[in-house]
Design a protein around this ligand. Structure first.
Ligand code: DON
Length: 554
């Protein structure tokens, strides 16, 4: 047995003896792809802790889920130790030093189509590798070489792609050609079960394994990034070298008997989730029926108001003073909630100018180890395959996260989200996110680990899934699979999953009668979650997509 693991085990045993918090004889991992779940399982079976498994899973996803898993993107992590300590790690991308407020506008101040979503100029400085090393340095127990080796092998030997992946890869062939004139990476007609081998990526991961953080942010890999994007891009070697992920204080708030731990700015997730619950607590909901007209109306009216605040007040707190105290105060949220009319829609603004993108490009995984440590990680390239730019000889994609900035006040981004001063582009700033990795405690013990992709719908999916488990007492699988709906203020409509939309003509009619416009969507989010009840773990891998979970007995 590895010496560090052995020592870790001893420390855990001693600490457990002096602590009321539990460990369990099982562990669990739920991810967006079966290959990543397999690797997470192996690490947990080896005795690794949740952070070890999260490092291996994040690297595995960069191989087996290239549309969202990444080393060229960024994300957020919420971590709760078995003894109840809480951490938030921000490995969000940063705007390059040469970034300017008006960089996506023409001389007349008009937004240039697709410049913030495709190609070299849409790329933020990637944070994933720095995040991995920071998390592992602080909490890892298995040598990082071992954790990298799983992903390196997967990239080198390949794996069978799923049907969803084959369709997705085929769908983006034209974009791959357009944005990679000197590189035909992943360009072919794909079929289900084709083996995806990625030798260049295996090589890049090997360099990072051997050289550490500098293996990505300096030297050969960094130079390949700069060479690839040099024609139109503005990221420099200095930008890469200076990137740093940041440990932040999580957002925490109480809801009934639960304590919710979530992501602070530059994600809007934690604050928005707090506001949703605080507004909701002003209403009598104990006997409300799940997904009834009353429930959908109340939640939509609350959601709408929270997204108004998001668009005005949320941004990178290191650059813009976000009024977190006010937004998270019971008084303020009560005041806003008091404007809700329970029998009809209140129109805050009728402007509606962008429909939502339907695809699920980000990915979320949840892990709970046998020692009782829980971790929730949401990671992304932003939209599917990010900027569509592959690093020449590197075998990996770069993000298009710059579009999450407010590229012009009032102009909606890919997800229809509107921003303002708080989220304007500035050199070195982090773009506002909706990613909401979240952990819940009940009686000071871990109760739920969850999160989801889905752009602007992430926050409301996490909100509704938590309500499914707490208010409606659903088991975790039912809670994750239950149909969802979403309102984000603009456009002024409720997006509703087709199962729910089709379930009752009467429901839609009643919602229309009180003023709601409803738009059907095939699916909203992919929630991946783990629940503990009396030390018994259960997993919820969303039925939407290729999600996969595993419960491990030790
Ligand atoms: O950080 C954000 O909020 C977005 N870049 C996340 C994108 C996303 O979830 C895409 N999946 N549908």
């Amino acid at each position: 047995m590895n010496k560090r693991i052995f020592l870790y085990g001893i420390i855990i045993l001693i600490t457990l003896g002096c602590n009321n918090n539990h460990s369990t004889s099982s562990s669990a991992v739920v991810t967006g792809h079966p290959e990543a779940t397999k690797i997470g399982t192996k690490v947990l079976e080896l005795g690794g802790n949740a952070i070890d498994a999260s490092v291996a899973v994040q690297l595995a996803l960069s191989v087996c889920l290239p549309s969202a898993g990444n080393i060229g993107g960024g994300g957020f992590m919420i971590y709760r130790t078995f003894s109840g300590e809480k951490y938030a790690l921000d490995f969000r991308e940063m705007a390059p030093l040469a970034a300017k407020e008006n960089m996506y506008l023409d001389g007349n101040g008009v937004v240039i189509d697709s410049l913030s979503t495709y190609g070299s100029l849409s790329i933020g400085i990637p944070g994933t590798i720095d995040g991995i090393f920071q998390a592992h340095e602080k909490f890892g127990s298995i040598g990082i070489d071992t954790l990298f080796n799983f992903a390196i092998e997967l990239a080198f030997n390949g794996f069978p792609i799923t049907e969803t992946q084959a369709n997705r890869l085929n769908h983006y062939q034209n974009d791959f050609k357009k944005f990679n004139p000197n590189n035909n990476y992943l360009q072919k007609k794909w079929e289900k079960n084709d083996t995806l081998k990625q030798k260049d990526l295996a090589n890049t991961l090997t360099i990072i394994r051997d050289k550490g953080r500098a293996g990505f942010y300096e030297g050969e890999v960094a130079e390949n990034i700069i060479k690839t994007i040099k024609k139109n891009g503005i990221i420099s070697l200095e930008d890469l070298k200076n990137y740093t992920s940041i440990w932040r204080t999580p957002i925490e708030f109480a809801f009934d008997e639960y304590n919710v731990i979530s992501m602070p700015p530059p994600s809007s997730g934690g604050v928005a989730l707090g506001q949703l619950f605080m507004m909701l607590s002003n209403f009598e909901i104990q006997n409300i029926t799940h997904n009834s007209m009353e429930y959908i109306h109340l939640l939509s009216e609350i959601e709408k108001r929270v997204y108004v605040d998001r668009s005005i007040h949320l941004g990178d707190d290191d650059y813009f003073s976000v009024p977190i105290k006010k937004l998270m105060s019971r008084n303020y949220n009560q005041q806003v909630a008091s404007q809700i009319n329970l029998s009809k829609v209140t129109t805050i603004d009728t402007v509606s100018n962008k429909t939502l993108n339907e695809s699920e490009e980000t990915t979320h995984f949840s892990i709970l180890d046998q020692y009782g440590n829980g971790v929730a990680v949401t990671t992304t390239l932003n939209t599917n395959y990010g900027s569509k730019v592959f690093v020449n000889d590197g075998g990996f994609l770069l993000n298009n996260e710059m579009d999450d900035f407010s590229i012009k006040p009032g102009t909606p981004n890919t997800y229809g989200l509107i921003g303002s001063e708080a989220n304007k582009i500035e050199a070195g700033k982090r773009m506002l996110s909706s990613m909401t990795p979240t952990i819940l405690e009940k009686n000071n013990e871990l109760f739920l680990v969850l999160g989801t992709p889905g752009g602007s719908t992430i926050i409301t999916s996490v909100f509704q899934t938590i309500l499914n488990t707490t208010l409606f007492k659903m088991n975790i699988k039912a809670a994750v699979d239950a149909p969802r709906f979403h309102h984000q203020w603009k456009p002024n409509k409720i997006y509703m999953e087709e199962d729910l939309y089709q379930s009752s003509k009467e429901l839609i009619k009643k919602l229309n009668e009180i003023g709601h416009i409803i738009q059907q969507r095939t699916s909203i989010g992919h929630v991946n979650a783990i629940m503990t009840k009396q030390d018994k773990l259960s997993i919820g891998a969303d039925k939407r997509g290729d999600n996969d979970g595993k419960l491990i007995k030790h």
